[in-house]
Design a protein around this ligand. Structure first.
Ligand SMILES: Nc1ncnc2c1ncn2[C@@H]1O[C@H](COP(=O)(O)OP(=O)(O)OP(=O)(O)O)[C@@H](O)[C@H]1O
Ligand SMILES: [Mg+2]
Length: 554
C-alpha cells in the first residue's frame, strides 16, 4: 500500500496489504457476523431443524447443538470468528443457550447497522447497548423464580426443556431422570451453597441397544479388562485398593550386570524376586482388599498370586479414572503397596466385568454415596450416540446451573418478551441518541420468540402481536409461545423452564461480541498467506488474536 506526495510513493504497510476502513469495514464485519447467525437460526427451539455437517475428512455429524455447529464451521472471516467465540464462551460457561446467544448477537448487529445508516456514531450505539444489557440483567433477576435442591420435579423439567430441542427427545424423560440423579449425586453443600462439579460425571458411549437403555451407574465404569483370566469376574461387597505404584520389581536405571556362577545362585535370585512380589501381594490381601486398581503395571507373577488369592486386579488405569474411583468409592489412592490399610479401602456392592458387543467394560456398581458417577450411553448408531452425548452435556449443565444458583426463568420467549417491554420503558428514561440504541436492543431480543415462532411454522407477526399484548397485562411475565398450538401460554405452568444463568450469559456474551465488532473501523490484512503483522498496543481494538487471516478477501 502506498501513499505518495509527488512521484515518490511512501510505503507504510507491506506491499500487497489490503485495507478496509470506516463504514466499509463495519459493513463487511456486520455482514459476515449476520450470515453466521442466520445459519444457526433455523435450529432454535423445540421445532428447530438439525444440521448435517461434513468435515474435510468426510466425517458426518447430525446435530442441533449451536456450539457444535459453530465448532465445525470452518469460518474464515475474523468478525464471523467472533461469533464462533460467542458460542464457545456460552458453551463453556453455562453449557446451553449457544444458538440463542449467536442469534441475539446477529440481531443486535443488524439493528446497529440500521442506526449506523442513520448516522448514529458507533460509540453511542455501544454505550446504549451496554446500558441496555445492564438493565436486562436487572430485569432477569426480578423475574427469576427461586427453586430448591430438593425440588426434583422442577429440576427434571429444566432438563426436559433443554433436551426437548435436541434429537434425542424420544428418550427425554429417561435422560432427564438420569441427569437429575447424577448431578444431585455429585453435588456438595459448601458454606450453605451447593456446588455441582459435573466433571465428576463420567460419560461412556457404547454402540448398541437403544437410547432408553442408557444407564446411570452409581460408581464407575472403566474401559479396561481384568488383568488376568485366572481372576474372578465378579466380586460382591468389593473392598477396593487404589494404588499409584508399580507392582513389579524395580528395574535399575542403568544397565546392571549380575554374575551368576552356579545354578544355585540363579535359583536364589529368582526366589528373592518371587518373595518380593509375594510380599507385595500379601500387603494387598492383608488389608482385606478383594479388588485392586493400579495406575501402573503389575508383574505377571504378582497377577498369578493375586488371582490365587481371589483378588480382581486391573492395571494401567488412567489417572483421571483413579481420581474418580477414589471419589466414587471413598477409597484413598495409596502411593505404595506398603501403605494400603483396611480403613482407607474403597467400597462398592459389586465389581464386575461386562461384555458389551466386542468390548469388555469394568463396572464398579452401587458404591455408598458416591461422589463420582458414570452414565453409559447406548444407541443404535454412532450419530445417535454422539448427539445424545451433546444433549446430555447441555442437560447436565442446565441442572447444575439451576442447583448452584437456585434460580430459574420461564422459557418459550417469555423472558425475552419481558425484557423487550422493560427495555422500551427504560429507553425513554435514557433519552438522547442512546435511547435509539436501547430501543434497538429491545427489538433485537424479540428476535428469540420471533424465531421460535417461525421455526414452529407459526405466523411470526400474529404471534408477536399477541405476545406483546399478553405482556401488557399484569402478572404476565411468564407468558410465552406454546409452539405446539401457536397460543400464548404461561410457560411456567407449561413446565418450559430454564436456568437463570443461561439467559444472563446470553445477554453478556452477545453484547460483548457485538460491541467488539462495532468498535472496529479498520481491517488490515496482509495478502499472500502471511500472518497478521504485530499490532501496536491498542492499535486495533478487539482484533487481537485474529492472526492468520492473510490472503482472504474481505
Ligand atoms: N416446549 C417449548 N415451548 C416453547 N419454547 C421452548 C420449548 N422448549 C424449549 N423452548 C425454547 O427453545 C429455546 C432453546 O432452543 P435451543 O435449545 O434449540 O437453543 P439454545 O439453547 O439457544 O442452543 P443450544 O441448545 O444449541 O446450545 C429456549 O428459548 C427455550 O425456552
Ligand atoms: Mg438448548
Amino acid at each position: 500500500m502506498s501513499q505518495g506526495g509527488g512521484n515518490i510513493p511512501v510505503l507504510v504497510l507491506k506491499e500487497g496489504t489490503s485495507r478496509n476502513t470506516g463504514r466499509e469495514a463495519q459493513k463487511n464485519n456486520i455482514m459476515a457476523a449476520k450470515i453466521i447467525a442466520e445459519s444457526v437460526k433455523s435450529t432454535l427451539g423445540p421445532c428447530g431443524m438439525d444440521k448435517m455437517l461434513v468435515n474435510s475428512m468426510g466425517d458426518v455429524s447430525i446435530t442441533n447443538d449451536g456450539a457444535t455447529i459453530m465448532k465445525e464451521l470452518d469460518v474464515q472471516h475474523p468478525a464471523a470468528k467472533m461469533l464462533v467465540e460467542v458460542a464457545k464462551a456460552q458453551d463453556n460457561e453455562v453449557g446451553d443457550g449457544t444458538t440463542t446467544a449467536v442469534v441475539l448477537a446477529g440481531e443486535l448487529l443488524s439493528k446497529a447497522e440500521g442506526l449506523l445508516d442513520k448516522n448514529v456514531h458507533p460509540t453511542v450505539i455501544i454505550e446504549g447497548f451496554k446500558k441496555a444489557s445492564e438493565k436486562a440483567q436487572q430485569i432477569l433477576e426480578q423475574i427469576a423464580i427461586p427453586i430448591t435442591f430438593e425440588d426434583e420435579k422442577t429440576l427434571k423439567d429444566i432438563a426436559i426443556t433443554s433436551l426437548s430441542s435436541k434429537g434425542i427427545n424420544v428418550a427425554e424423560d429417561h435422560f432427564a431422570k438420569i441427569i437429575v440423579d447424577s448431578v444431585k449425586q455429585v453435588s456438595e453443600k459448601i458454606n450453605g451453597k451447593y456446588k455441582a462439579d459435573i466433571d465428576l460425571i463420567k460419560v461412556v458411549k457404547k454402540h448398541g441397544k437403544s437410547l432408553e437403555e442408557t444407564e446411570l451407574v452409581k460408581g464407575m465404569v472403566i474401559d479396561k479388562e481384568i488383568a488376568s483370566s485366572q481372576m474372578p469376574k465378579i466380586i460382591e461387597n468389593a473392598k477396593i485398593a487404589l494404588l499409584n505404584a508399580k507392582m513389579e520389581i524395580e528395574k535399575t536405571e542403568f544397565d546392571a550386570k549380575i554374575n551368576i556362577e552356579s545354578p544355585n545362585q540363579m535359583q536364589l535370585f529368582l526366589d528373592e524376586e518371587e518373595r518380593m512380589l509375594k510380599d507385595m501381594v500379601t500387603s494387598v490381601t492383608k488389608s482385606g482388599a478383594n479388588v485392586i486398581f493400579c495406575e501402573k503395571g503389575i508383574d505377571d507373577m504378582a497377577l498369578h498370586f493375586l488371582g490365587k488369592a481371589g483378588v480382581l486386579a486391573v492395571k494401567s488405569v488412567s489417572s483421571s479414572d483413579m481420581e474418580k474411583l477414589s471419589k466414587a468409592t471413598g477409597g484413598t489412592i495409596f502411593a505404595s503397596v506398603k501403605d494400603i490399610t483396611a480403613d482407607a479401602l474403597g467400597k462398592a456392592k459389586r465389581v464386575e466385568e461386562v461384555k458389551i458387543g466386542d468390548d469388555k467394560l469394568l463396572y464398579v456398581r452401587d458404591a455408598k454415596n458416591p461422589k463420582a458417577v458414570t452414565i453409559v450411553i447406548r444407541g443404535a448408531s454412532n450419530h445417535v450416540i454422539d448427539e445424545a452425548e451433546r444433549s446430555l452435556h447441555d442437560g447436565l449443565c442446565v441442572v447444575r446451573n439451576a442447583i448452584e444458583d437456585g434460580k430459574i426463568v420461564a422459557g418459550g420467549g417469555a423472558p425475552e418478551a419481558e425484557l423487550a417491554k422493560g427495555l422500551r420503558a427504560y429507553a425513554v428514561k435514557v433519552g438522547g441518541r442512546e435511547q435509539l440504541a436501547v430501543e434497538a436492543y429491545a427489538e433485537a431480543v424479540e428476535a428469540i420468540p420471533l424465531t421460535l415462532a417461525e421455526n414452529a411454522g407459526l405466523d411470526p407477526i400474529d404471534i408477536m402481536v399477541a405476545l406483546r399484548a399478553a405482556h401488557e397485562k399484569p402478572n404476565s411475565q411468564y407468558m410465552g409461545i406454546d409452539v405446539t398450538n401457536g397460543k400464548i401460554k404461561n410457560m411456567k405452568e407449561a413446565l418450559v423452564i430454564e436456568p437463570l444463568r443461561v439467559k444472563q450469559q446470553v445477554i453478556k456474551s452477545a453484547t460483548e461480541a457485538t460491541n467488539m465488532i462495532l468498535k472496529i473501523d479498520d481491517l488490515i490484512s496482509v495478502k499472500g498467506g502471511g500472518k497478521m503483522p504485530p499490532m501496536p498496543p491498542g492499535g486495533m481494538g478487539g482484533m487481537g488474536g485474529m492472526g492468520g487471516m492473510g490472503g482472504m478477501p474481505y
